[in-house]
Write a protein that binds this ligand. Structure first.
Ligand code: NZQ
Ligand code: ZN
Length: 389
């Protein structure tokens, strides 16, 4: 491990099938005015809304609501939420939902007391908050993004067709607490469940496929990948299996709560490509990643061959004897491909609504990061999208 770093993660987690009761203790720490933030109708259908509101009322909170936060939350929706939170003089933003709701709450939290335009300040200039941040708490209902224990917030600007994530350096942007009840994820449709599973897996890949140094983070990553592969196979066959869903939930949190990126370079290009697809198609986040991953990894494999061999051996148990590095590495990616197909992931961007005429636009919307094994040129991005069609 050669990098220098600091590590601080202040989010308090309550995990398990009785974890919601701890919301009572957390609510006592904040003022009366709570803004309850949620998506469309899943929490009303499965009863989580009623459970949360009952606890808020029992704690004498004044509740305002921001409902209808869509997957891939938009800038327009953000402006609407800022207005509601300002009028309500919010003391706490309580996000009940998946990554979209949680990310959105963070974006509101850094914007309520800020006079500047949040898109310009946080998503174009990538500035840090210079105002008071409203505390965010989270009750997670969809697993994958890690938003429950990180300072990431992804917002989509539909006008400019840019979907941009800001991972804030200020740890006060992280949720103050998150309630993780695996039971709440049991009502997710299969499509969302596997989309989240691939999101988890890819978060680990993004932090694994980079750097040449011997790094503890990579060993932790391999363990997390093995766990998510194992549990996903069980959950895919038996979605109501609490133990598997519980492991998936916990892996998701550790995959992106800053731990496994410490002391090393990270890549994040699958996310940049996937976010471009998301900006143009509004597809589910994890599926956008699944659709571009293999063409991307096959493209960069020669530049990080040793790591791909290690991935094949340590994550997929590929027997590398009498094989060239190239053959072993390819076998690893093949094993990953069959696991992805087994889960029923979307393996191309055509199915998500993209087509040949959109290639240039997709490339224009792709932010290029340079810490992975290969910095992509424009024509390489086009090629990867073409191979993803
Ligand atoms: O809106 P409702 O009706 O609640 O339905 C949601 C939504 O349609 C549904 N859902 C959630 N919990 C459910 C449920 N349906 C049934 N039962 C439940 N228990 O699931 C759908 C998707 O929800 P969403 O929150 O959009 O999914 P996800 O958690 O994948 O979040 C995606 C967003 O997070 C961003 C993505 O870019 C995308 O905008 N990300 C955030 C990151 C971060 N903060 O670090 C990193 C990630 O890489 C990602 O970019
Ligand atoms: Zn992701």
């Amino acid at each position: 491990m050669l990098g220098n770093f600091s590590y601080c993660n202040p989010t308090k987690l309550y995990f398990g099938d009785d974890s919601l009761k701890y919301l009572n203790g957390e609510l006592a720490k904040y003022g009366k005015n709570v803004v309850l933030i949620y998506g469309k109708n899943s929490i009303k259908k499965n009863g989580i809304y009623d459970e949360v509101v009952e606890i808020l009322k029992a704690n004498n909170k004044n509740i305002a609501e921001i409902s209808g936060v869509m997957p891939n939350p938009t800038l327009e929706k953000l402006y609407e939420g800022i207005d509601i939170a300002r009028k309500h003089k919010a003391d706490l933003l309580l996000a009940v939902g998946g990554g979209s709701v949680c990310d959105y709450a963070k974006a509101v939290s850094v914007s309520v007391n800020c006079d500047e335009d949040p898109w310009d300040k946080y998503y174009i200039k990538f500035e840090e908050p210079t105002c008071d941040i409203i505390p965010v708490g989270c009750v997670l209902t969809m697993v994958g993004t890690g938003s429950e224990m990180n300072a990431g917030s992804v917002i989509t600007n539909r006008k400019t067709k840019m979907k941009i994530g800001h991972v804030f350096a200020d740890e006060n942007v992280m949720p103050r607490f998150s309630v993780l009840n695996p039971k709440y994820t049991l009502t997710l449709p299969h499509y969302q469940m596997v989309s989240g599973i691939y999101d988890i897996f890819n978060h680990i890949c993004e932090q694994y496929f980079s750097g040449e140094d011997d790094n503890t983070s990579d060993y932790i990553s391999e363990g997390l990948m093995r766990s998510v592969i194992h549990s996903s196979r069980i959950a895919n066959k038996d979605p109501q299996n609490y133990e598997a869903r519980s492991n998936i939930m916990w892996t998701a949190t550790w995959a992106l709560n800053t731990l496994i990126s410490r002391g090393k370079a990270t890549d994040w290009m699958v996310h940049m490509l996937g976010q471009a697809v998301g900006a143009h198609t509004d597809a589910a986040h994890g599926m956008t990643l699944a659709a571009v991953s293999l063409p991307y990894y096959r493209h960069i494999m020669p530049y990080g061959l040793k790591k791909f061999v290690r991935f094949a051996k340590n994550v997929w148990d590929v027997d590398t004897t009498n094989k060239t590095d190239q053959q072993a590495a390819e076998e690893g990616l093949k094993a990953m491909e069959s696991w992805m197909k087994e889960l029923g992931l979307v393996m191309n961007i055509t199915e998500l609504g993209a087509n040949e005429n959109m290639l240039e636009g997709l490339a224009q919307s792709t932010i290029v990061l340079t810490d992975g094994y290969k910095s992509l040129e424009h024509d390489e991005i086009i090629e990867i999208f073409k191979n993803s069609l």
